[in-house]
Design a binder for this molecule. Structure first.
Ligand code: FES
Length: 104
């Protein structure tokens, strides 16, 4: 079974916002989509940009890269809009009270 580590508190991430976290050299974005939480790598697969600095669109739960505008589906990491081709790595999330636990 995967190990889950606490990265944040539910109360740290307002509804329909995204925050960045670092853990042992990994950069992780955690999203609050209408009260459901998701985690992906925070680094765009196209070049190098931190996704939490982009636009999180709650209408389709996607993140737009701030550098060249690639869009990814947050739940799956799938590419929605080029120029990125490779999907984002996604991480399982569990909620335990106010704790957000992520399996990296
Ligand atoms: S670095 Fe994200 S689209 Fe280019």
């Amino acid at each position: 079974m995967a190990d889950f580590i606490k990265l944040a508190n539910v109360s740290d991430i307002p509804t329909n916002e995204v925050r960045s976290y670092d853990h042992e050299g990994k950069k992780i974005a955690i999203y609050n989509h209408n009260g459901s939480f998701y985690a992906t790598t925070n680094i765009c697969t196209h070049a190098y940009a931190q996704l939490h600095e982009g636009f999180f669109d709650p209408d389709d739960c996607s993140i737009e890269c701030p550098l060249h505008g690639a869009r990814f589906k947050v739940e799956t990491g799938a590419v929605l809009v080029l120029p990125a081709y490779a999907p984002l790595e996604v991480y399982p999330v569990q909620i335990d009270g106010d704790d957000i636990l992520v399996s990296l």
